[in-house]
Design a protein around this ligand. Structure first.
Ligand code: GDP
Length: 302
C-alpha cells in the first residue's frame, strides 16, 4: 500500500504514475481540501476531483476539469444573468452535484467523494484530508480573498502577504486517512505547492503525529524543476513562507516530516535521489513514481 499526499497538479501527476506502478488497489491519495468551494449550490472539491480525473485518465488538457466536457449549464447560468467566474463543465458539475446531494443526505465528505471516485470506475482511494471544512484564504495587496477568488478573479496576483487556513483548528484526519498512513509501506509527499497544497494537509491537527507514528518511510518529490515551479503560483507562496525555490528549500521545509527527497538537483542533509522530475508524459510519470518508490523501499530496508 502506498499513500500519496497531494494537491491538484503536480501531486495528481505523481499519483497517476504511482497508479501505473502499484495498481489502484494498492494506492490511497490523501488530498488537500483547503481549495474547496461552494458555488452554484454545489460542493466543489478541486484537488480531490483533479486527482480522481487524473487517475481515471479523463483530466482535460488545460489541467483541470474533464476532457470533452460540454458547457450547457454555464451557458444557461450566464443566459440567466448569473456571473460564471468559476467555470465547471457539465460532467464536472454533475459529479459535484452528486457529492453535494450525498453530503445533504448526511454522508461525510470522504464517503461522498468515494461515490464520485467509484462513479469514475476507480479502485484507488482518493481521501479528503479531513471531513471538516477547511478554507484557505489569502491576503494580497491588502485584501483577503477566499482561495478560488484569489486564483481566478484576482489572477493570483501577489505578492502574497498572509495565508489563513480557516477552520483547520477544528479539523481532524479522517479514520480512512489514519488507516491509510498506518497501513502504508511508503508515504510520498507529491510535488505539490508546499504552502497551500501540502501545508493544509500537514496543518490538520493530528496529521503530523500520524505521519511520525507511521512505520513507512516518508519521501517527498520536489515541485521545482530547473529551479522553477512548472505551473501555478508556488513560487509566490514559497517566497511568502520563506521557502527557497529549490530542492534544498523543499528539504528544509519538510525537514521534520520526511526521510528522503527526490529532486533534479543535489540536496544536503538527507538521503536523496537525483533525477529529471518533469512528468509531462505517461512514461515520465511512471518513471518518477517508480524511482520514488525505490527510494522509499531502500530507506525502509535500512
Ligand atoms: P494545485 O492544487 O493545482 O496548485 O496543484 P499542486 O499544488 O499539486 O501542484 C502545483 C505544483 O506542481 C507546482 O509547484 C508545480 O511546480 C508542480 N508540478 C507540476 N508539474 C510537475 C512535474 O511534472 N514535475 C514536478 N516535479 N512538479 C510539477
Amino acid at each position: 500500500m502506498v499513500a500519496v499526499l497531494a494537491g491538484g497538479t503536480g501531486g495528481a501527476k505523481l499519483a497517476r504514475g504511482m497508479l501505473d506502478v502499484v495498481g489502484g488497489d494498492e494506492l490511497a491519495v490523501i488530498a488537500n481540501t483547503g481549495d474547496d468551494v461552494e458555488v452554484y449550490g454545489a460542493h466543489v472539491s478541486p484537488d480531490p476531483d483533479l486527482i480522481a480525473y487524473a487517475l481515471a485518465a479523463v483530466l482535460d488538457e488545460r489541467g483541470y476539469g474533464i476532457s470533452d466536457d460540454t458547457w450547457a449549464v454555464m451557458d444557461g447560468l450566464a443566459w440567466a444573468g448569473r456571473d460564471t467566474w468559476f467555470r465547471l463543465g457539465d460532467r464536472d458539475l454533475a459529479l459535484c452535484l452528486m457529492r453535494t446531494e450525498l453530503l445533504h443526505a448526511g454522508l461525510r465528505l470522504t464517503e461522498a467523494h468515494a461515490k464520485v471516485v467509484a462513479g469514475l470506475g476507480l479502485s484507488a482511494r482518493v481521501l479528503p484530508m479531513t471531513d471538516e471544512p477547511v478554507r484557505t484564504h489569502v491576503r494580497a495587496r491588502g485584501r483577503w480573498r477566499a482561495f478560488q477568488e484569489f486564483m481566478i478573479v484576482d489572477g493570483a496576483a501577489g505578492p502574497v502577504e498572509e495565508v489563513e487556513l480557516r477552520g483547520v483548528e477544528a479539523a481532524r484526519p479522517t479514520p480512512e486517512v489514519l488507516e491509510a498512513l498506518a497501513a502504508a509501506e511508503a508515504i510520498v509527499i507529491g510535488p505539490s505547492n508546499p504552502v497551500i497544497s501540502i501545508g493544509p494537509i500537514l496543518a490538520v491537527p493530528g496529521m503530523r503525529d500520524a505521519l511520525a507514528e507511521a512505520r513507512a518511510p516518508i519521501v517527498a518529490v520536489s515541485p521545482f524543476v530547473g529551479g522553477r515551479a512548472v505551473k501555478g503560483p508556488t513560487e509566490a507562496f514559497c517566497a511568502h513562507a520563506g521557502i527557497a525555490p529549490s530542492a534544498q528549500g523543499v528539504a528544509d521545509a519538510y525537514a521534520d516530516v520526511i526521510d528522503g527527497l527526490v529532486a533534479d538537483e543535489p540536496v544536503a542533509g538527507l538521503p536523496a535521489l537525483e533525477l529529471d522530475t518533469l512528468m509531462d508524459t505517461p512514461e515520465a510519470r511512471e518513471r518518477v513514481a517508480a524511482a520514488t518508490l525505490d527510494l522509499a523501499r531502500s530507506l525502509a530496508a535500512r
